[in-house]
Design a protein around this ligand. Structure first.
Ligand SMILES: *Cc1c(COP(=O)(O)O)cnc(C)c1O
Length: 417
């Protein structure tokens, strides 16, 4: 099974039909608790002497099946599903940090992540050192003896900057801290995170993993690259002395954090994520090829002054993205139109692209970041994140390529009329 290729694992891992009356699609176990025949059995499960589920806030068979499938696709040592991508990030930070600790991270983060760091964790005494992850010198100078992790996104959103993950992982290793990577925009299909030295990879499964914009969820996978017995985070180092091998992070994240904060994934959502994974490879191919074609169309259009897509050869991140993502460049692109008015007119003129705050949907989605996702940010914060008043972000869907391009073509005619 471990020598299966990606597409096969995505369909066959995580479920053993013999354990589910022959069902080949994992059943949805909608139950809060699990009963045992004898008092001794339940006591043994609580003490970890016998495997079993107790209560769905802690674990659930439908959720475990999804965790197993994700772990298999990332070649990890174990996975933890969470109620959302934000919950995955919060779970990691609660597990790795205590008051006074520092995290080295990027200046161009997903809006929700930036707000979680700056508005919540900073309040409890965690410090974030924001750097340009494409600048090795600035990165290096951000480390101190209080650094507990490096946190990066594979493709910054919406700046679409692509850090060299191997290079950052070498730096993290030098300072003996784990490298945490949010691979939501790349999924395990584009980024083989384990091969680039990543310690923990996380995904908002709301996006490409479900693929239909139908639910919210998140997942964390430990890739087995980091030796938790040398971890500078107190509770993980203590746990590493008690549990087998490299499982200390997962033990702390599940038993101390997930179990007590209650940000568990619902079985129904786990089911949607598992069936989403079965078509992930096919969908990602199509998202990437459609995005490249739309980016090329827009960059040749006289009404569009600038297009940002890592797959365009003149893009500053082309070489890094090509090396890291196996010649594919994701489904997200941005472009500028010269003014907010033009952006609004374009959005109002599109017939296929939906105007909403999400990405990674089968449908093509469009948004004007400055007036929506970034409306509570200062000009300085927007600038850091690469957002301007005339910027449009598109999450390119898997519709017929020609229909997408024709939709943008007719809408651009309305704008320049
Ligand atoms: C959407 C997103 C998140 C947050 O995930 P939710 O499932 O919405 O909580 C985190 N990181 C990135 C890169 C995202 O796109």
């Amino acid at each position: 099974m471990s020598d299966w290729e990606f597409e096969t694992k995505a369909i066959h891992s995580g479920i053993n039909p013999a354990r589910h009356l022959g069902a080949t699609s994992v059943p949805i176990y909608e139950t809060s608790s699990f009963a045992y025949d004898t008092a001794q059995e339940l006591a043994d499960v609580f003490e970890g002497k016998m495997q079993g589920h107790v209560y769905s806030r802690i674990s659930n068979p439908t959720v475990s099946a999804f965790e197993e499938r994700m772990n298999s696709l990332e070649n990890g040592t174990g996975a933890i599903a969470t109620s959302s991508g934000m919950a995955a990030i919060a779970t990691i930070l609660f597990s790795l940090t205590s008051q006074g600790d520092e995290i080295v991270t990027s200046r161009s983060l997903f809006g929700g992540t930036f707000l979680l760091f700056s508005k919540i964790f900073e309040k409890y005494g965690i410090r974030f050192v924001f750097v340009d992850p494409l600048d090795p010198e600035e990165l290096q100078s951000a480390f101190s003896d209080r650094t507990r992790a490096v946190f990066l996104e594979t493709i910054g959103n919406p700046k679409l900057d692509v850090p060299d993950i191997g290079l950052v992982s070498d730096l993290a290793e030098k300072y003996d801290v784990p490298l945490v990577v949010d691979s939501t925009l790349t999924t395990p299909y584009l980024l083989k995170a384990k091969e680039f030295g990543v310690s923990l990879v996380l995904h908002s499964t709301t996006k490409y993993i479900t693929g239909t914009g139908s639910t919210i969820g998140g997942v964390i996978v430990d890739l087995g690259n980091f030796d938790w017995s040398s971890c500078k985070s107190g509770s993980i180092r203590t746990t590493a002395g008690k549990v087998r091998g490299g499982l200390a992070f997962l033990a702390v994240a599940r038993k101390e954090v997930l179990q007590n904060t209650g940000c568990c994934l619902s079985p129904f959502n786990a089911y949607l994520h598992s069936i989403g994974l079965e078509t992930l490879a096919l969908r990602m191919e199509r998202h990437c090829s459609n995005a490249l074609e739309l980016a090329e169309f827009l960059s040749e259009h006289p009404g569009v002054p600038a297009v940002n897509y890592p797959g365009l050869r003149d893009n500053r991140c082309f070489a890094t993205a090509e090396k890291q993502f196996g010649g594919r460049f994701g489904g997200l692109l941005t472009f500028r139109l010269g003014s907010r008015e033009k952006c609004f007119r374009l959005i109002d003129s599109l017939k296929i692209a939906k105007n909403l705050a999400n990405l990674g949907d089968a449908k093509t989605l469009i948004i004007h970041p400055a007036s929506t996702i970034f409306c509570d940010c200062t000009d300085e914060e927007m600038n850091q994140a690469g957002v301007s008043e005339d910027l449009i972000r598109v999450s390119v869907g898997i519709e017929a390529t020609n229909d997408i391009i024709r939709d943008f073509d007719q809408a651009l005619k309305e704008v320049t009329r």
